[in-house]
Design a protein around this ligand. Structure first.
Ligand SMILES: Cc1cc2nc3c(=O)[nH]c(=O)nc-3n(C[C@H](O)[C@H](O)[C@H](O)COP(=O)(O)O)c2cc1C
Length: 328
């Protein structure tokens, strides 16, 4: 598919699949693993533009990417054009390839501040935000939206305004704000957006495997596929999707042993980037996903979810692996 490689603004995207932004999940270690496993680019967790504009240490910590992750997209949330532009300037100092605007977060704390999915209800202001950010930085500005607030009826109008305001690409999660994560993602709305704009469209929602990646591309015509939850505990998914999209070949699923080895590798990376305490704490959700369905792992789940000592954790993962080997 090299002949069809996608560009976001001037940024060359070296494949078809991207890791979605997931607050609390897509930190540096997980983004690195997914990139190593074939994701064409990854998006940071969402960062507050106001926090960055105010010089908040905590907000800055989310911008923990390094050159080895490029191309990388940094996601901002906020509601005021000037604040978003200032946040973009701060982010641009770290040299990401792309800056993304969160227009999909359904969480009350965010939408009551007119940010996240609430921006779908104020398309004119969203247009001003995009235009202000595009003026403020030299790199492409993109956005990630839901299909609408309570009905899937806002995405097309928002996408047109975004394109007119200078957005370089748009990711569409085919669910409304009210649906949150319930029901099935509506891929028809992604097709409608694709028909309405000429900037690259990134399809997102319920892409659980290689066949689904092909299906969403065929059904919607989207240029790239973005995967969030289904990559947790499963970073191999990206390579499997890329190979299936390129050659129609279905690579085997990782073995239980592969998963336990990746869990250890991920844990080490998490500790290297975040230190012992947070490195272990923030691995819990990933560990639960790596061991899901691994024979014999269920009885260790509780310990894995409460253990603070990384050496014990690694021993346990090794033990589960050895027991699995003995059982087969
Ligand atoms: C725990 C969690 C955190 C998320 N955080 C963000 C975020 O920070 N920014 C964003 O645009 N979307 C966020 N999302 C939405 C995902 O990027 C994605 O649109 C959604 O999960 C649907 O895709 P999937 O079916 O591949 O998971 C989050 C979703 C989950 C489950």
């Amino acid at each position: 598919m090299n002949d069809m490689s996608v560009k976001i603004g001037g940024v060359n995207i070296p494949g078809r699949t991207a890791l979605a932004p997931l607050a609390g999940i897509t930190d540096r270690s997980f983004r690195m693993l997914c990139r190593q496993q074939g994701a064409s680019f990854a998006v940071t967790e969402m960062v507050s533009a106001k926090g960055l504009a105010d010089g908040s240490e905590r907000s800055n910590q989310y911008l923990d990417f390094e050159a080895d992750e490029f191309p990388i997209s940094a996601q901002l949330f906020g509601s005021e054009p000037e604040v978003m532009a200032e946040g973009a300037r701060v982010v641009a100092e770290r040299n990401p390839d792309i800056i993304d605007i969160n227009c999909g977060c359904p969480v009350k704390k965010i939408v009551t501040r007119n940010a996240g999915a609430a921006l779908l209800n104020t398309p004119e202001r969203l247009g001003q935000i995009i235009a202000a950010m595009v003026r403020a930085v030299d790199i492409p500005v993109t956005l990630k939206i839901r299909s609408g607030w309570s009905q899937a009826n806002q995405a097309v109008a928002v996408a047109r305004i975004a394109e007119d305001s200078g957005a370089a690409a748009i990711a569409v999660h085919g669910r409304t704000r009210e649906a949150k994560f319930g029901g099935r993602a509506d891929w028809d709305i992604i097709a409608e957006v694709k028909n309405a704009v000429s900037i690259p469209v990134i399809g997102n929602g319920d892409v659980r495997g290689p066949e689904a990646a092909k299906e969403i591309m065929q059904k919607t015509g989207c240029d790239l596929v973005m995967v969030g939850r289904w990559a947790i505990g499963n970073p191999w998914l990206f390579k499997r999707m890329e190979v299936f999209l390129n050659r129609g070949e279905l690579l085997p699923e990782p073995t239980h042993g592969d998963r336990l080895e990746m869990a250890v590798h991920h844990l080490k990376a998490s500790i290297a980037f975040k230190g012992l305490r947070y490195g272990v704490l923030e691995m819990r959700r990933h560990l639960a996903a790596y061991i899901k369905g691994v024979p014999g792992a269920a009885r260790y789940r509780r310990t894995l979810m409460t253990e603070d000592d990384p050496n014990h954790l690694m021993d346990l993962l090794g033990q589960i692996k050895a027991e699995g080997r003995r059982d087969t």
